[in-house]
Design a protein around this ligand. Structure first.
Ligand SMILES: [Zn+2]
Length: 493
């Protein structure tokens, strides 16, 4: 692969167990709703190809990366489904990549320590087993964590790089054709050597310590990246390094957290890609997204920085945010274009001509601040209410006159009904006297009801995320927007 900007356009579907929702495929709980059929997957892949993607990436989540995942029925179903997806992806010119945390295992997100021989042997066993089950994989991503990472028994970011090198060799033995993707996600290398735990900590996931994994220290960052450059020749020759523009959750290249000088040095020998999780959706902020100004600006920064061969377009809602998927792929292909025109073009293809006005109102869904959402609004609650009603009216007018000119999943009519649900929901929430509790219940039922059928997860963010939307409108009076309170969705604070 040569280093032409934007060549690798990676659809990253994060369907992990803490990001389940009605718009994401359920790949880990085979008896619960939202499982997709083979036909659904084929239709999605046809859409991705048409949108401009050439890599399908997913996370081999800790629930799968453990003994239970290998032996349980859900693990077998996952393997069959993934191998089917891989076959379809290849038929449609997409490579397939799985990424996996180096040593984080099981539904409880326990991180094993490479410094303990029996624990490291377990990690190597799990890697070997999954490589043999997913043998059609083209690219194997080795990822520091989030969740996960070890700082027990002297583990540091350097340990991660050295152990990732061992796993890269193991990958090459089992899948000689596969390319390695080495992730630097974090400040850099999420958590390794810096994540904290209580007295007697054995690597369990504990949410109140997660923010420590993002502790930035310039000396640590420099030492880590210098080590990575030193060890890179020991990795397979075509190893990709995923490195964002900045060593922070939003990939902002400011001050000491500017990663571009390192990215440039790596790009002299290896392809680099961004793994910028913040650009399209954030995490657990489920609504129709419209964050394209920053998306296109970031793409131009990536092009100017090194340049980057490509990067991820993250989604946890592929059945709702098809516009984001289209914009994200196109942002690599034509980063200088006007994102609003790209959106209008999208709706002409999906809903037909005369649908351009939708694009004026869609940004309003982003009124609630959240990870990666830097949009600023200045309008009154009353104006907002009026425009949401107008959007709902436009969407109602599109019923039954939809003939897409581009492959689309699931169907334009289902997509229209989902947009209408959100427009009506946000119109009601911003109305004069909303029944907030009833609307909160409606939102939960539409989006997150699957969690009512699951035991409490170690990560409680779906409940927080649903509450956050309702609370925003509850505290919005008149013109001034509610002040920020609490962490942005998806951020570990
Ligand atoms: Zn350790």
């Amino acid at each position: 692969m040569d280093h032409v900007f934007g060549q690798r356009r990676v659809y990253y579907n994060n369907f992990a167990e803490h990001l389940l929702n009605s718009y994401n495929p359920n790949m880990t709980h085979d008896r619960l709703p939202y499982c997709w059929s083979d036909r659904d997957w084929t239709a999605l892949i046809e859409m991705l190809e048409a949108f401009g993607y050439n890599v399908f990436q997913y996370w081999l989540t800790p629930r799968l990366f453990c003994r239970e995942g290998l032996t349980g029925e859900f693990g077998h179903k996952f393997t069959r489904q993934m191998n089917f997806i891989t076959e379809q992806a290849h038929r449609h010119n997409l490579k397939v990549e799985f990424l996996c945390s180096l040593s984080t295992v099981g539904s409880e997100w326990h991180t094993l320590c490479p410094g303990i021989p029996s624990e490291w042997e377990e990690c190597r066993y799990l890697w070997r087993e999954w490589l043999s089950r997913l043998s059609g994989t083209d690219i194997v991503g080795i990822f520091p964590g989030d969740p996960g990472a070890c700082s027990r028994h002297g583990c540091t970011a350097l340990t991660f790089i050295d152990r990732a090198n061992e796993i890269a060799a193991l990958v090459k033995r089992h899948l000689p054709h596969a390319q390695i993707d080495l992730g630097t996600w974090g400040p850099p290398i999420f958590g390794w050597g810096i994540i904290q735990g209580p007295e007697g900590w054995q690597g369990e996931f504990i949410q109140k310590y997660q923010h420590t994994a993002w502790t930035f220290d310039k000396h640590r960052a420099d030492e880590t990246m210098a080590h990575l450059l030193r060890r890179l020749p020991d990795f397979p020759a075509d190893t990709i390094v995923s490195i964002n523009l900045g060593f922070n959750p939003d990939g902002i290249p400011n001050g000491d957290q500017d990663a571009r000088p390192w990215a440039r040095q790596i790009a002299a020998t290896n392809p680099i890609q961004t793994w910028d999780f913040s650009l399209t959706e954030g995490e657990n902020a489920i609504l129709p997204h419209y964050r394209f100004q920053r998306l296109f600006e970031q793409r131009r920064r990536e092009r100017d920085a090194a340049p980057y061969s490509g990067g991820i377009c993250y989604t946890m809602t592929p059945r709702l945010n098809q516009l984001s998927l289209y914009e994200a792929a196109q942002s690599f292909i034509r980063p200088d274009d006007d994102y609003s025109e790209v959106a209008r073009e999208f709706y002409r293809q999906v809903f037909g001509p005369g649908t351009e006005e939708l694009v004026e109102h869609l940004p309003l869904f982003e009124i609630i601040k959240d990870w990666g959402n830097h949009l600023v609004f200045n309008l009154s609650r009353e104006e907002y209410h009026g425009r949401m009603n107008r959007l709902a009216e436009l969407l109602r007018g599109l019923e039954n006159r939809l003939t897409p000119t581009i492959p689309f999943f699931p169907t334009p009519e289902i997509y229209r009904r989902e947009l209408l649900f959100f427009a009506e929901m946000f119109a009601m929430l911003s109305g004069p006297a909303p029944d907030y509790d009833r609307l909160a219940g409606q939102y939960w039922q539409r989006v997150y009801a699957i969690y009512d059928q699951l035991p409490a997860h170690v990560d409680p963010r779906p409940h927080q995320a649903a509450r956050k939307i309702i609370d925003f409108f509850r505290s919005w009076k008149g013109t001034a927007l509610p002040q920020e309170h609490g962490p942005a969705n998806g951020q570990w604070v």
